[in-house]
Design a protein around this ligand. Structure first.
Ligand code: ADP
Length: 330
């Protein structure tokens, strides 16, 4: 599809280049041949004064022949010039067409990969629900306890589907620009800690918030969501009875917020990929209970870039990870 689109675009670019070249050549030919004719007439007028009628005729014929030769040479040169423009313009047009279509091709590719990944993730819980229900239906002597177990398992899968569709929705809603206004970063972090308090308590994890009041240009709800994702991950990927620290630092025109955990950490080769949609480190895939779809950090990165900031990570497998969010100060 993109190959034929590139060829069509090449033809359009080439048509424009050739139209300009031909118009320019036509004008050049006209102006040059008028100038040559004008020179001959001037010379004839000059020689008319001291040449006889016979000589002037011979001279006139000679100059006319020369004029025709000059015109033919000019035509030949312009033809070669236009052929060169056609060859060079064709190559340049194709290169330009490929460059024009490249970002569109990449965006389309990423969109279809996203759709394929999303449907793959949706299919897993749906298949589980279908299989469990089919088995239960075939069982003629299904007890009440088994039926309750089935419903409970179905509800778990439905909860996973709900979490996935919410994640997809949050990712999709990121195309709108945010209304940024002065926000106290520590307030947004407190909101995030409150949302994760239950999960932290379940694992006896202590969250130490050392952030002082700091104003940034932002959207409080989105910032609370961003820190909620980072704290949620810190809890998920840390063993029980560990600490999570949140610290702040001002650096020039930006403020840096660091979330440090003492969990499993991330291996060096996986670090560059963790912000990709649906990417989950191998160690996290197999880890029981730390279920996710690999959308959290993609959403976090989207929120940070909507705030004109950036996010970075440092990690040491086995010792823990530290995510740093840098945002412009208000
Ligand atoms: P998930 O839903 O799997 O948590 P994320 O996008 O939030 O998805 O994270 C992507 C992957 O990055 C996770 O699967 C995990 O392997 C890794 N990761 C993220 N945060 C941490 C952390 N604090 N400690 C260790 N690994 C982490």
């Amino acid at each position: 599809m993109f190959h034929s689109a590139a060829l069509k675009l090449t033809l359009w670019y080439l048509a424009i280049i050739m139209a300009i070249s031909l118009i320019f050549s036509g004008l050049l030919y006209r102006v040059s041949s008028q100038e040559l004719e004008h020179n001959i007439n001037r010379q004839l007028g000059y020689f008319n004064n001291f040449l006889g009628p016979n000589d002037i005729n011979i001279y006139n014929n000679l100059r006319q022949r020369q004029l025709n030769e000059d015109r033919n040479r000019l035509k030949g040169n312009l033809l070669i010039f236009n052929l060169l423009v056609l060859a060079g313009g064709g190559a340049a047009s194709y290169w330009l067409a490929r460059r024009t279509l490249e970002p569109i091709e990449r965006a389309l590719e990423s969109q279809s990969r996203f759709a394929a990944d999303a449907s793959h993730e949706l299919r897993t819980p749906l298949t589980a629900i279908q299989a469990e229900n089919e088995v239960a239906l075939r069982n003629k002597s299904l007890t009440k306890a088994q039926a309750t177990g089935l419903l409970r398992s179905n509800l778990e899968e439905v909860a996973k589907l709900k979490a996935l569709s919410e994640g997809l929705l949050r990712l999709a809603s990121g195309s709108q620009p945010l209304k940024l206004q002065p926000v106290d970063l520590s307030e947004a972090v407190n909101l995030a800690i409150e949302r994760q308090a239950k999960a932290a308590a379940q694992k006896h994890i202590t969250i130490k918030n050392k952030l002082a009041k700091t104003l940034v240009k932002g959207d409080e709800e989105q910032l609370a969501e961003l820190f909620s994702i980072l704290i949620d991950n810190a809890i998920k990927y840390s063993p029980s009875k560990t600490d999570i620290e949140i610290t702040g630092q001002k650096q020039g025109s930006e403020t840096k917020t660091k979330i440090t955990d003492h969990g499993q950490g991330i291996s060096t080769d996986e670090l560059p990929r963790i912000f990709e949609r649906f990417y989950r480190a191998d160690s996290s895939r197999t880890k029981d209970g730390a279920g996710g779809y690999g959308l959290g950090l993609a959403i976090a990165q989207r929120i940070v870039s909507q705030h004109n900031g950036y996010i970075s990570v440092e990690s040491k497998p086995g010792s823990g990870s530290a995510f740093t969010v840098s945002l412009p100060k208000s």
